[in-house]
Write a protein that binds this ligand. Structure first.
Ligand code: HH2
Length: 288
């Protein structure tokens, strides 16, 4: 894990097996649940809770038991509200090193939530099988190459440096994702390995986050699976004031509606409750 460049130059680490986890999950014909594992001191809703490696691994195991299909591990807060501390590569790796290999053994694919190509490469070498880039391949110029070389699935998320209430957010999301897809194509990333995400709460006003969920179906035009991460986010507080750890009801409402609007994957801190809500929604839908 400490030698990411070795992986990049080692074609033996690139197997077709790495491509399968996403396709297999999507073929299940039900919404896929991605459980969040933040090994950070400052994540907006659970910062500091899982910095201790044994607690992080225990939490990961619990999420798998509760029905998580994917575990998304992040070692740098992506908090979109302008106050997240930027973390150097070495520190991100210091947080991931004692946790990722063990989490990768839990029987579900692990995605690495990072904006840094070097961290993505090192995490793939340590057992991660999916890359989750909250800047949609547009921040680190080496990111698309790492994803292409390892032939792994990638989540391409919309983001903006700052929210602008004056813009048409759906047009902005489509333009951004279009640019990301062009980068992906140029870099040799297979389309079947791409998941798109409108980036709830990232560079958006609360109203724009709600619009992105309400109009999610428009993104189906890209013909790619869609992911929504609404869990505990601030837009919920704007509608129904509550601290991050008291936003479960809002998170579930947002995720159920997102699935109705075409989301294939939901990213959540609260796996058991989300799995239950999605199962109920499916049972009710099928009884219509
Ligand atoms: N949201 C967060 C982080 N990563 N990745 C994707 N694809 N989509 C999201 O909506 C998304 C994401 C923010 O949530 P969290 O990880 O809990 O917070 P922090 O970034 O502060 O660690």
């Amino acid at each position: 894990m400490s030698l990411p460049d070795q992986t990049l130059s080692n074609p033996a680490s690139v197997g077709t097996d790495t491509i399968r986890p996403l396709a297999r999950l999507l073929a299940l014909g039900r919404p896929i649940v991605m459980g969040v594992l933040n090994v950070t001191p400052d994540s907006f809703s659970d910062g500091g809770r899982f910095l201790d490696p044994s607690r992080a691994i225990e939490h990961a195991r619990r999420m798998v038991g509760e029905g998580a299909d994917i575990l998304d591990i992040g070692a740098e807060s992506t908090r979109p509200y302008g106050d997240a501390v930027s973390v150097p590569f070495e520190e991100e790796m210091r947080r991931l090193d004692p946790v990722l290999p063990a989490v990768a053994e839990l029987g579900v694919p692990v995605s690495i939530d990072t904006m840094k190509a070097k961290v993505a490469a090192a995490a793939l070498a340590a057992g991660a099988r999916i890359v989750n880039d909250v800047w949609g391949l547009q921040r680190d110029p080496a990111m698309a190459g790492v994803v292409a070389e390892h032939a792994v699935p990638v989540v391409i998320m919309h983001n903006r440096a700052a929210a602008d209430p004056a813009i048409d957010i759906m047009a902005d999301i489509k333009e951004f994702l279009g640019r990301s897809l062009a980068i992906a194509a140029r870099s040799g990333i297979a389309r079947k390995n791409i998941v798109l995400d409108p980036g709830i709460g990232f560079g958006k006003t609360p109203e724009q986050s709600i619009t992105a969920i309400a109009r999610l179906a428009e993104l189906k035009a890209f013909g790619l699976p869609l992911l929504i991460g609404a869990s505990r986010k601030r837009f919920i507080d704007k509608v129904s004031p509550a601290l991050p750890n008291r936003r479960l009801g809002g998170s579930i409402a947002a995720h159920v509606i997102a699935v109705d609007n075409g989301a294939a994957i939901v990213r959540t801190h609260d796996v058991a409750e989300t799995v239950q809500a999605l199962k109920l929604a499916a049972a009710i839908r099928s009884a219509r």
